[in-house]
Ligand binder design. Structure first.
Ligand SMILES: NC(=O)c1ccc[n+]([C@@H]2O[C@H](COP(=O)([O-])OP(=O)(O)OC[C@H]3O[C@@H](n4cnc5c(N)ncnc54)[C@H](OP(=O)(O)O)[C@@H]3O)[C@@H](O)[C@H]2O)c1
Length: 387
């Protein structure tokens, strides 16, 4: 029977993991580390996670523990709980997932040093059988050698990799720190690709990334390569795959949980979620040069550059229906994502498919078409200014 310690249970993926673990008959206890003033507040936060989709919160099985990865005393605090000494499975899913450069110090404290703290505590557990680190496939970075193709697990971590944002760099160093502490026979590194939505037709617990689709439906302009591969999977597929990896027989230490050959493209997603055919102008795919000209036009009262004249209907729509200030904020929230889209990366999932019965994930353009009715209720501006 598994006695689990889980971090990140209030998150998009962590919430699904908490619920899925609680439903497993081979799990006896789950202790979740939750940011809160005290255990009572932590319990309230965890109960809300279960309430999102009306899942049963079993008080005899699930326990919330107040704690923060940024707290230097965390390993000592955790070691003080006698009941935690019997933990045999640690699932470390918490991370600061912001792309904002100004948050880099906190991101590093959480994702690198926080992971090191959890691993340091876990390495002293007598009963530990598996330490599962939830990483990200994007730690492979953005160097010329890793773009435009299928990538396998062994191509990362590479400490010399070039990164677009501090988040992916910190996750790479976090994974390296965990690898250095946890013996390889107990270590399981799981690297999901990009999580968007849910195939079950329920409103997902987070609109992270999905807000970008909502923003582009609103803006009617996209500035990334529309035909670049986007390795997107639904959160329920990711949680199920992770459960299978945790509980099943494994032949590797490191696994991508990804779409691989069933990766989608922006064009396929936008075609399927109805970005065309409405009363607004059709979605257009523009270049980065166009983007700079549009940004300049949004900042001034000058007429748009003549190069933008084929898109005058779009500019009128932006000016009259969105407003120049709101459009500026939206474009600034989206800035980094064009560069991610252009990486054109797919993550090989042969190990996952070989060692589990999960099967390939449904392509994002198919399940989003069926399930993403909630996109029109997302306020993209709200998401863009609070990433
Ligand atoms: N979402 C994706 O597309 C994606 C893709 C690949 C890999 N991943 C990885 O999957 C894992 C889960 O991601 P997610 O999408 O669920 O992220 P998320 O929705 O942003 O949730 C992050 C979780 O980490 C917790 N956390 C953040 N800072 C913390 C701290 N200082 N102390 C304790 N807990 C802290 C958050 O708690 P609060 O509620 O208190 O903020 C929340 O529970 C992460 O490791 C992420 O790197 C995610």
């Amino acid at each position: 029977m598994w006695r689990v310690f889980l971090t990140g249970a209030t998150g998009f993926l962590g919430g699904e993991l908490a619920v899925a673990l609680s439903k497993s008959s081979s799990v006896e206890k789950i202790v979740c580390l939750i940011r809160a003033k005290n255990n009572e507040e932590a319990t309230g936060r965890l109960q809300s996670v279960f309430a999102v989709h009306q899942d049963t919160y079993d008080r005899n099985k699930i326990v919330a523990l107040a704690g923060d990865l940024m707290d230097e005393r965390l390993p000592t605090v955790l070691a003080r709980y006698p009941s935690m000494a019997e933990t045999n499975l640690v699932v470390h899913a918490a991370a600061n997932t912001s792309f904002l450069q100004q948050k880099n110090p906190v991101i590093e404290q959480t994702n690198l040093w926080g992971s090191q703290r959890i691993a340091a505590w876990a390495s002293r557990l007598r009963a530990l059988e598996t330490f599962a680190y939830i990483g990200t496939a994007t730690i492979v970075g953005a160097g010329k050698d890793v773009v435009g193709r299928m990538l396998n697990e062994d191509e990362a971590p590479n400490p010399l990799a070039k990164h677009l944002v501090g988040y992916t760099r910190s996750k790479m160093f976090g994974e390296m720190a965990v690898r250095a502490i946890i013996p390889s026979e107990k270590l399981l590194v799981i690297r999901p690709s990009i999580l968007v939505g849910d195939t079950r037709g329920i409103v997902p617990r987070s609109f992270d990334i999905a807000w970008i689709i909502a923003a582009l439906k609103h803006l009617r302009m996209s500035f990334g390569n529309p035909d670049a591969a986007c390795d997107v999977i639904p959160v329920d597929y990711a949680a199920n795959a992770i459960l299978e990896l945790l509980m099943g027989r494994r032949t590797h230490t490191t696994y991508h949980v990804s779409a691989g050959r069933s990766a989608t493209t922006c064009r396929q997603v936008f075609n399927s979620v109805g970005c065309n055919g409405s009363d607004r102008p059709p979605l257009v795919y523009l270049t980065r040069t166009h983007l700079e000209l549009i940004k300049r036009w949004l900042r001034t009262n000058n007429a748009p550059d003549p190069e933008l004249s084929p898109y005058s209907r779009h500019l009128e729509y932006v000016r009259d229906q969105i407003g120049k200030r709101r459009a500026r904020l939206l474009l600034s929230g989206l800035e980094m994502y064009w560069r991610f889209i252009d990486l054109d990366q797919r993550f090989d999932n042969a190990r996952l498919l070989g060692d589990t019965r999960i099967g390939i994930s449904e392509p994002a353009h198919d399940y989003l078409k069926r399930t993403a009715v909630y996109l029109d209720h997302i306020d993209p501006l709200q998401a863009a200014v609070n990433p």
